[in-house]
Design a protein around this ligand. Structure first.
Ligand SMILES: Cc1cc2nc3c(=O)[nH]c(=O)nc-3n(C[C@H](O)[C@H](O)[C@H](O)COP(=O)(O)OP(=O)(O)OC[C@H]3O[C@@H](n4cnc5c(N)ncnc54)[C@H](O)[C@@H]3O)c2cc1C
Length: 429
């Protein structure tokens, strides 16, 4: 039998060169410049879900990635690594296409923009929503109890069912965390005053020229050559010996920081999950057309169940370029495995639906790209919350830290990924 490959030693081995893995590599080097850090990335390029593709002059992300920073220090830290780069801060314009009209987002705060009969229906149901002493048991029940039947059934349920591609009554009431725009009756009424616009969870967003990958380039800038190894998947973890195996080598670590999805981490670490972690998949179509389309909109939500997509975004309205450049998102169930032919059929349907919604009107498709994000939105359930915390604790006790959107099996943004890995670096340094 051939001798096993010799073992290399590193202080910190990181699985994944997405925002979380690269964020951690930067933060730990700031704390401990002498630390030996190795980032192992399965793909041939870094970035994870923050990758960007360029085709026929169009610049597209893996899906609509418009960035919201709540902590100015995180945004400043990132921008300091992009000197002279054009990063725009844009006042968000997002709408809901509801029965032929465009209503400001979020729906629940803009019911006064509905036809009068539906407005009254929503208001009455909101006022007389069911009350109970016991907390809601599911996301679906939470919607009903907080916002009433009409708001839930007209927008929140159909939209979120299209996105999550699952039964909302299986999800935890807090499945969307801070990303759910909660609204009390008083806020809703106050928003009916002329000029009182509440744009939901974020009023502005930032976006770099050249796409989301520019943030990844910023995270790569200060890492010494050789820190990131591409095309090198971690295929096994020996928890006792603290050694990871890749097709090329074995590497011993003091600490392992993993941003691979938690179920995948458990599998390579030889653990059988005690629950079934599920998530939706998002099929993203990036579509470039020969000329400009609608102006004054950055993205739009589509609750209509007969339409294929749940959201469409306009890249060309960020930098005001002269050809319409769209991303279109479709939620697929956990076990969907669309073939090439099925994806092509989805694209045909998407183009027909875009025409039906008057997003395209005789436009010629010049270039396109598609990608399936798997997992995309994890299904946060009581079980997933319990077992994620359990495995993160168990693994951390063995020097393995499962981080990031999918390592933490959660709903979060790239800013959250940077905040989390900054705290972990402070703890481990
Ligand atoms: C549809 C959608 C829209 C989004 N929009 C926004 C937005 O507008 N703004 C925002 O801030 N956030 C947005 N997000 C969230 C954002 O994409 C994530 O928070 C962020 O990209 C997660 O980064 P990560 O490094 O944790 O994970 P990932 O980007 O998934 O990176 C993990 C990396 O690990 C690698 N990897 C996996 N397994 C292995 C292995 N065994 N060995 C080696 N490498 C491995 C993968 O190839 C990947 O590169 C969106 C997410 C989705 C799904």
């Amino acid at each position: 039998m051939a001798d096993p490959a010799p073992i290399e030693d590193h202080d910190f081995v990181v699985i994944g060169a997405g925002v979380s893995g690269l964020g951690f590599a930067n933060w730990i080097r700031e704390r401990d410049p002498a630390a030996r850090v190795l980032v192992l990335e399965r793909e041939a390029e870094p970035g994870g879900y923050c990758r960007t593709v360029e085709r026929a002059g169009f610049v597209w992300d893996y899906s609509g990635h418009f960035f919201h920073f709540r902590d100015p220090s995180i945004e400043a830290w990132l921008r300091a690594r992009m000197p002279g780069h054009d990063v725009r801060t844009i006042a968000k314009r997002s709408f809901i296409r509801y029965a032929g009209r465009d209503i400001d987002f979020p729906f629940q705060k803009n019911i006064h923009q509905l036809p009068q009969g539906e407005f009254v229906e929503c208001l009455v149901d909101l006022f007389f929503r069911p009350t109970s002493e016991t907390p809601p048991a599911s996301f679906g029940e939470m919607l009903h109890r907080k916002l009433g039947r009409a708001i839930t059934e007209k927008f929140l349920r159909p939209y979120n069912e299209k996105l999550y591609a699952t039964d909302l009554d299986t999800l935890d009431p807090d499945a969307m965390g801070r990303f759910f725009p909660h609204a009390e009756l008083a806020d809703i009424i106050a928003n009916m005053r002329p000029g009182a616009a509440d744009g939901g969870y974020n009023a502005t967003f930032t976006y770099p020229a050249g796409g989301a990958i520019q943030y990844i380039h910023a995270l790569l800038r200060d890492l010494p050559a050789g820190t990131v190894a591409l095309d090198e998947a971690v295929v096994a973890i020996d928890r006792g010996a603290r050694v990871v195996t890749t097709p090329r080598r074995r590497v011993r670590y003091r600490h392992l920081v993993s941003s691979t999805p938690l179920p995948a981490l458990l599998a390579i670490a030889g653990l059988t999950p005690a629950t079934r972690f599920t998530a939706n998949k998002v099929l993203v179509f990036n579509l470039g057309f020969d000329r400009k389309g609608c102006r004054g909109v950055h993205w739009m939500y589509f609750p209509d169940r007969t339409l294929s997509f749940y959201r469409v975004g306009w890249y060309d309205n960020i930098f005001d370029t002269d050809r319409m450049s769209l991303y279109v998102e479709i939620g697929l169930p956990h076990d969907a495995q669309p073939s090439r032919a099925e994806i092509d059929a989805w694209r045909t349907r998407v183009l027909a639906d875009l025409a039906r919604e008057r997003v395209i009107d005789g436009h010629q498709l010049v270039a396109h790209h598609d990608v399936v994000l798997d997992p995309a939105y994890v299904h946060i359930t009581k079980d997933s919350l319990h077992w994620t915390a359990h495995y993160q604790r168990e693994l951390a006790a063995q020097g393995i830290h499962s981080v990031g959107r999918y390592g933490g099996w959660t709903y979060c943004s790239i800013e959250d990924n940077l905040v989390e890995t900054r705290a972990l670096a402070a703890q481990l340094a």
